[in-house]
Design a protein around this ligand. Sequence first.
Ligand SMILES: O=c1[nH]c(=O)c2[nH]c(=O)[nH]c2[nH]1
Length: 292
Amino acid sequence: MMIVLGPNRYGKAETRLVRVTRHGDAHSLKDLNVSTALSGDMERVHLSGDNAAVLPTDSQKNTVFAFAKRYGVGAIEDFALTLAQHFVDSQEPVRHARVAIEEYAWERNGALGHAFVRSGRETRVCVAHYDGSRAWVVSGLRDLVVLNTTNSEFWGYVRDEYTTLPETRDRVLATAVEASWRHTAAGEDGDGGDWDKTYEKARQALLAAFADTYSLSLQQTLYAMGSRVLTECPGVCEVRLSLPNRHHFEVDLSPFGLANDGEVYHAADRPYGLIEGAVLRDDAPDPGPAWQ
Ligand SMILES: O=c1[nH]c(=O)c2[nH]c(=O)[nH]c2[nH]1
């Protein structure tokens, strides 16, 4: 029997970076959570503790801060690619870099240029990979919370001896959308090179499809949402969605002599149905490491 080292990577997880840009009194703010992971010729450190190929995770964290100062922070996809390319191109033993970034949205608090309030928006995310010649970028969001008060049914499903769920022709449908979309072309969004524009288009497509799909199941809504992103965003070839079904149960008010005609609900937090799936173009290129 032989024991061998399997796939491995290492890096600094969750470097919290706030970058303030000051144009006179009008300041702007980027609030990020950056995770770097490097891989390559790392046998010796694992097998014998020889650290000669290891760029410390502390240096990776410092690079995040230094690059934020040196180059500024624009779209998170560009910042992630710049970091990934730097680690691979500057360190011979590093053959692959993965940089994942979460962005928390702030908006202005009133008219003052320096006052901000964390906005209730979803979290924007991206993951960039670079291997020395090719790049892969996945963008996305999580915690985009949506709810329809009607136009949702669920009936006609399998019944076995454990099925008690009543069929419904009218229910509340709610979810917290987690969506990721893979860009076809390495290192660009296929939409004029504007990551922010593609993000807004994809977000709008998700919202519009959730709102205007007459839903017979959350699975059907998931497919409609993924399809809409692909239709609206030409540079995107695959969308992955994870949709928790945030069940809203009509409360039985009859003990109190009250009717409940779709007016009072218990918003249950668990357990929840979890509907997940990918929607892609049939000519989508091989994803390589994009989803790792
Ligand atoms: O949209 C739904 N899909 C399901 O698969 C499911 N299962 C369930 O109990 N409720 C629902 N709702």
